[in-house]
Design a protein around this ligand. Structure first.
Ligand code: AP5
Ligand code: MG
Ligand code: ZN
Length: 227
């Protein structure tokens, strides 16, 4: 398997974090979630976190200068041959262009953009019932995916918490910001022939089976791989 660059597109609550965990493990890709990195910076009270916090609480995008730098840094840390899975970045056309430039510097590119689609009312249900592990950021849901032991992460035993931006009001604004600034990226990646639309409804393992089919198609078409 050669180096691959995969990005996850899709609205808040589409299941990017849920699916990223499986994809990165099975395909050996480094999972880079800008939302998780920003929440970590907020929790640690770093200057980056202090700059990002008010935007996150309002459901608005943090400024490009704040976000693009942390992604470039994380990509630069990984070996040039290492595949990556970006979750929550890029989220605007200017971020997509910045990403292309950063990748070109190390001879990498976006090979596949997985765009996960879920109807809006389902997104609101998923987000308002979400819980996250404070230690490893794994997502749970009070109804659709509860942990085995109440309020504890199945994976690492960490405590579960609710994100402060998962209230119905902030969720509605995040969805509006998505439609306005992030959805146009579907066209950007479609015109490059790397977009794969994924039906994000149904159980997480059903969604994952659809994602695998797209990923395996890209892998099979790489030079040196049997078709
Ligand atoms: P970020 O953390 O990226 O949030 P988001 O895009 O709003 O997406 P979510 O994490 O809410 O949803 P998800 O798709 O990961 O869903 P999940 O798998 O958890 O960004 C947060 C904020 O940070 C932004 O608002 C912005 O301020 C800032 N930010 C981040 N990146 C930025 C950038 N590039 N530029 C500027 N600012 C940036 O699933 C959701 C729930 O549904 C869970 O409870 C899960 O258990 C459940 N679920 C998942 N799949 C299923 C299923 N198939 N059936 C039923 N339930 C399911
Ligand atoms: Mg997420
Ligand atoms: Zn955990």
């Amino acid at each position: 398997m050669g180096a691959r660059g995969v990005i996850l597109l899709g609205p808040p609550g589409a299941g990017k974090g849920t699916q990223a965990e499986r994809i990165s493990k099975d395909y050996g890709l480094v999972h880079i979630s800008t939302g998780d990195m920003l929440r970590d910076a907020v929790a640690r009270g770093t200057s980056l976190g202090r700059q990002a916090k008010r935007f996150m609480d309002a459901g608005e995008l943090a400024p490009d200068e704040v976000v693009a730098g942390i992604v470039a840094e994380r990509l630069a840390e990984s070996a040039p041959g290492q595949g990556f899975l970006l979750d929550g970045f890029p989220r605007s056309l200017s971020q997509a262009e910045a990403l292309d430039e950063a990748l070109a510097d190390s001879g990498r590119s976006v090979d596949l953009a997985l765009s996960i689609q879920v109807p809006e009312e389902e997104l609101v249900r998923r987000l308002t019932g979400r819980r996250l592990c404070a230690d490893c950021a794994r997502p749970y849901h009070v109804e659709f995916g509860p942990p085995q032991v109440a309020d504890r992460c199945d994976q690492c035993g960490g405590r579960l918490y609710q994100r402060s931006d998962d209230t119905e009001e902030t969720v509605r604004n995040r969805l509006a910001v998505y439609r306005d600034q992030t959805e146009p990226l579907n066209g950007y990646y479609r015109s490059r022939g790397v977009l794969a639309g994924i039906d994000g409804t149904g159980r997480p393992d059903e969604v994952y089976a659809r994602i695998r089919r797209s990923l395996d198609r890209v892998q099979g078409s790489e030079p040196g791989q049997p078709a």
